[in-house]
Design a protein around this ligand. Structure first.
Ligand code: 5GP
Ligand code: ZN
Length: 146
């Protein structure tokens, strides 16, 4: 019995780092992962196997949607970690939700803040799709009350 336990411990030590390396990289507390998993609420407008689109919780334009990959990557910097299908689906979804919200022809803006200098605040890649009104240059940074 003791020998079996020792063998098990040795196996765990030998394989531990490998098993850990294969664990999902998404932080357990990532709000957009929870929205993608359906364990946090959202006002969903579109979903396919790779992406999800929903209203921003603090809209700063008449239409303000977020398009995210279901697979967690922190920002555009990590884009290449996504499969090609997901990368294509992200941009297509931006156009699709703009059409579905009726802002395709009036004009819309797609914004991806990446990293500290850009003011990224949620570190799960997302594209803001904003429109429905004449957009200011600081469309998604201004206070919605102003
Ligand atoms: P960032 O500043 O990273 O470019 O944009 C993050 C966006 O996520 C912000 O516009 C913010 O309002 C939105 N946001 C943050 N938490 C939530 C949430 O729990 N639900 C939704 N729908 N949007 C969120
Ligand atoms: Zn995430």
């Amino acid at each position: 019995m003791r020998r079996a336990l020792a063998l098990l411990a040795a196996f765990a030590l030998a394989t531990g780092p490998t098993l850990r390396a294969e664990a999902p990289k998404a932080p357990a507390d990532c709000i957009f992962c929870r929205i993608a998993a359906g364990t946090a609420p959202s006002r969903k407008v579109y979903e396919d196997p790779y992406v999800l689109a929903f209203w921003d919780i603090r809209p700063r334009a008449k239409v303000h949607l977020l398009v995210i990959p279901k697979q967690h990557v922190a920002s555009l910097k990590e884009l290449d970690e996504l499969p090609a299908e997901a990368r294509a689906a992200l941009l297509s979804a931006c156009v699709r939700v703009a059409r579905e919200e009726g802002i395709l022809d009036s004009g819309f803006r797609v914004i991806a803040n990446s990293g500290q200098d850009a003011g990224q605040s949620v570190f799960h890649l997302h594209f803001h799709v904003v429109g429905g009104e004449k957009l200011r240059e600081d469309a998604i940074t201004r206070d919605p009350a102003k």
